[in-house]
Ligand binder design. Sequence first.
Ligand SMILES: O=C1O[C@H](COP(=O)(O)O)[C@@H](O)[C@H](O)[C@H]1O
Length: 231
Amino acid sequence: MTIDRRSFADKPTLAAELAESVADRIRAAIAERGAAAIAVSGGSTPGKFFQALGKTRDIDWDKVVVTLVDERWVDETSDRSNARLVNEKLLQGPAAVARFFPLYSGGSEPDADAVARTDALMATLPLPFAAVILGMGNDGHTASFFPGGDTLDEALTAAGPTLAIRAPGAGEPRITFTLPRLLETDGLYLHIEGEEKSRVFDKALEDGPVEDMPIRAVLRSGAPVTVYWCP
Ligand SMILES: O=C1O[C@H](COP(=O)(O)O)[C@@H](O)[C@H](O)[C@H]1O
């Protein structure tokens, strides 16, 4: 396991430090490859980090593509939309000129045609990702790799790049990048906050089935992961 676990005093400090590290990755990818793609998480945790990153001026944002590691199958009018969060918090100020590739591609269900539309767009990403920033739920899910997910095995192993997944704890049907695609990155981060998530993370490090806590698939992949945590 290659896990670098970092603790910060508070949320603003974590947000600033994570934004600085991701900004460095973006600049390095642009210098090496002429473009950078990042995949970010949604949910309740990344807002402050998004604001800190979006304010960063010394990035050629017009060479950056932002996408999501996963999405609820809702359009941007929904307050459950991860894309809406990215647009409201990250793609503002200097970052407003970055391109955004949504995972939601229209329609009421992530059926085969919808996933094919999303995959066609994702095939144009300038990969590898410069950075992938994962979150984690208290049930041990990351991206939309949920315990009990109907396509969990495939999500953890398939080429993808994306696939639909439904799970009892997931609310809406979801679309997620597969784990192999998310591991195609220069920098892999896990951003978690609060004592409860610290306990969940400790449990994930213990022996036990991946199906119970799918974050274990990331932690056991051998890929270096930098964990950013604060109380
Ligand atoms: O549903 C989701 O949840 C996780 C964790 O969210 P949080 O609210 O506990 O921060 C998130 O990483 C994922 O992208 C999102 O779709």
